[in-house]
Design a protein around this ligand. Structure first.
Ligand code: NAI
Ligand code: MG
Length: 387
């Protein structure tokens, strides 16, 4: 599912790497994204859902999405006025296949000029090795989509039954917006278990649950309580607990202390972007959306439309290639995964081939003239290091 914009530039690069490393697979192209919305009024067509249901493993590039007004204006004339609503195909995919575990590794490569550094008291600098994987609950919490502006009468009545709602009782409907944060115990158990399994596999000493149970007592409370239960099944791995606000401070001070962090949807989204910034940002941030049956791997970045038409393409394919590495690990092809990871590490360490983002220059047609590698040259360099 290359999708839109630069998704079409980076996904073929990942396939080149998978082929070179000898991953024996058929790749079935499928449609997703803005063009599908414009032509069919549906950004995730049923045929793509059917293919995913059948083949169970997806690689996804990126999609473009636009606010509702623009979405309505861009759908093709024959489909206008039919009451079609744009839904994010990513959210739909996560919900349809219950891809409830979002895994986002933020592992720094030595030699990456974008890596986090920290000043020392002697005015020198440390560059700690960051190896943090965030496990984000992917289907519920603040992103469950249960929300209203001007809540209907029965919802209002339910809210009124809560003593704390007295403070808002006099606010007129159109002036009040409500988003519901739902946590269920089974989903909490699954995300925490995924985090502990990963810690065990990697030999880490602890898992950090990052919530805010002192304030958001019920939902963060259930996350933490569930984490404590799950932790009992993993002797030798400690459960640490941090609050989301404090955690973001700690990640600026000592990010290397956190190897595995688990959180509900919104907090996990924030944490994973924050940690990704320490290891190179969007050009390096990969993710997996993992359900019981189906799993979809994708870079965290979007379709970057402003670079989509450049020839040669200039964006960094590493996030997409790392997403393919996660897919290899998911299906147990650990040796192939390691070979690709080592090849990327070698290219970054050597520092001869760098895309524009790694040079801290602005992207555009001029980047190549300034010495930046193209998307394809970056992949070529990785392929050349593949052992
Ligand atoms: P974006 O991630 O597409 O781009 C933001 C900026 O990050 C780019 O302008 C570029 O400077 C940089 N960037 C992104 N990927 C890069 C790469 N591989 N190498 C080097 N630099 C890279 O986010 P933006 O601009 O907010 O959104 C553009 C479109 O993408 C929107 O329509 C948005 O809805 C969609 N989007 C889709 C996502 C997805 O498919 N998972 C995620 C985020 C945004
Ligand atoms: Mg995000």
């Amino acid at each position: 599912m290359p999708g839109d914009g630069i998704g079409n530039q980076v996904l073929p690069e990942a396939l080149r790497v998978l082929t070179a490393v000898g991953f024996d697979a058929d790749y079935i192209p499928s449609d997703i994204g803005w063009e599908c919305w414009r032509n069919e009024g549906n950004a995730l067509p049923q045929r793509t859902i059917d293919l995913l249901a059948k083949h169970k493993l997806g690689l996804f590039g990126a999609i473009t999405s636009k606010p509702n007004k623009e979405a309505q204006a861009e759908v093709k004339p024959e489909l206008q006025g039919k009451g079609l609503v744009y839904y994010s195909p990513i959210v739909t995919m996560r919900q349809k296949f219950n891809l409830d575990i979002c895994m986002r590794p933020c592992i720094g490569f030595t030699g990456n000029p974008l890596n986090y550094i920290r000043k020392r008291v002697d005015d020198d600098y440390d560059e700690p090795q960051i190896d943090t994987t965030v496990f984000r609950q992917n289907t519920e919490g603040m992103y469950a989509g249960i929300e209203w502006t001007n809540p209907p009468e029965n919802v209002r009545a339910a809210l009124n039954s809560h003593p704390k709602f007295k403070a808002f009782a006099g606010v007129p409907g159109p002036d009040i917006a409500v988003s519901v944060r739902i946590i269920t115990r089974p989903a909490a158990r699954r995300i925490v278990t995924a985090a502990f399994d990963y810690a065990k596999k990697r030999g880490f000493k602890g898992v950090t649950i990052c919530e805010k149970p002192n304030v958001v007592r019920e939902t963060s409370g259930m996350m933490e309580e569930t984490a404590k239960e799950v932790a009992k099944n993993y002797p030798g791995i400690s459960l640490w607990s941090t609050n989301i606000d404090a955690q973001l401070m700690w990640l600026n001070k000592n990010p290397e202390d956190y190897n595995v962090i688990v959180a509900s949807n919104l907090f996990g989204d924030i944490l994973s972007d924050a940690f990704a910034g320490l290891i190179g940002g969007l050009g390096f941030a990969a993710s997996g959306n993992i359900g019981d049956e189906v799993a979809v791997f994708e870079p965290t970045h979007g379709s970057a439309p402003k670079y989509a038409e450049l020839n040669p393409p200039i964006v960094n394919p590493i996030a997409m290639i790392l997403s393919a590495v996660m897919m290899l690990e998911h299906v147990g092809e650990n040796d192939k995964a390691k070979r690709v990871r080592n090849a990327i590490a070698a290219v970054v360490r050597e520092g001869k081939v760098r895309t524009y983002d790694m040079m801290r220059i602005s992207g555009g047609a001029k980047s190549i003239a300034q010495g930046a590698a193209s998307t394809i040259q970056m992949t070529d360099a990785i392929l050349a290091k593949l052992k």
